[in-house]
Design a protein around this ligand. Structure first.
Ligand code: SF4
Length: 250
């Protein structure tokens, strides 16, 4: 793949399912490839670059081979934008979008149009985030608790990312996926970290779901307990299930 080309797994319009802008209609650009392997990952088909991009438009599903140049992605996004108003934002998601920072910088640098860009990232690649921040308006971060990801802790990377986005004046919110196995001390540490490094950013406890079903993998009592713990360290903790799973939409 050429340095300026990128791997895109899906383009589609749907309702945002998480965070501050849940329920708003957005155009999703899902990039292929992620350096993490979270145990609960609900996008397994986007963990590695894919040979074809699936494009869900008003006329149905179309497939297009990868890779994309920035101009080719711009043309597809422009066509979908024109076909599917009204839209609140372009949500750049993954996989981990920052795994393809060069491509995103090139695409967003030549993008016409006024729609704001919402970047959905795990918040583990601070140097790459810094390069992309001038091109995005909203940043949705995760706190990756090792007890439910099965990955190593990323506290330092999270902190550097939260501080960079806040210092740049971007709208920031943070999601913390939780299930019955989430260790309470990690929830406390994450809440403390968000309050210190991203002042004003709400923290969403996102109940994880069972694989392939919308059934929650955490009970109401545990959610209540984790919310109370997090609220000891953060002033604005909210609980929000993933709306797209409830609605059965992409
Ligand atoms: S960061 Fe997201 S896409 Fe990557 S493994 Fe974790 S849940 Fe899946």
């Amino acid at each position: 793949m050429r340095a300026e080309s990128g791997n895109v797994s899906e383009l589609f319009v749907s309702f945002q399912g998480e965070g501050v802008h849940a329920g708003r209609r957005q155009l999703f650009v899902r990039l292929g490839g992620c350096p993490l392997r979270c145990r609960y990952c609900d996008e397994p088909e986007s963990l590695v670059p894919v040979p074809e991009c699936r494009i869900l438009g008003p006329d149905g599903i179309r497939r297009r081979p990868n890779p994309f140049t920035p101009a080719e992605l711009g043309a597809e996004v422009g066509a979908l934008t024109a076909m599917a108003p009204p839209l609140h934002a372009i949500a750049v998601t993954g996989g981990e979008p920052l795994a393809q920072t060069d491509f995103l910088v090139a695409w967003l640098g030549c993008r016409p149009g006024a729609l704001p860009v919402l970047l959905e990232t795990a918040g583990i690649l601070p140097a790459r985030l810094a390069r992309l921040l001038p091109r995005v308006a909203i940043v949705s971060f995760d706190v990756k608790c090792p007890s439910n990801t099965g990955e190593r802790a990323r506290w330092d990377e999270h902190e550097a990312c939260f501080r960079a986005a806040s210092a740049a004046g971007r709208e920031v919110y943070v999601k913390m996926p939780v299930d019955e196995g989430t260790v309470p001390e990690e929830v406390e540490r994450g809440a403390k970290l968000v309050a210190a490094a991203a002042p004003g950013a709400p923290l969403f406890l996102t109940p994880l779901t069972e694989p392939t079903t919308p059934r929650l993998a955490i009970g109401a009592g545990t959610l209540e307990h984790l919310h109370a713990l997090a609220s000891r360290f953060h002033p604005d903790v909210r609980v929000l299930p993933q709306l797209h799973k409830v609605l059965g939409i992409p």
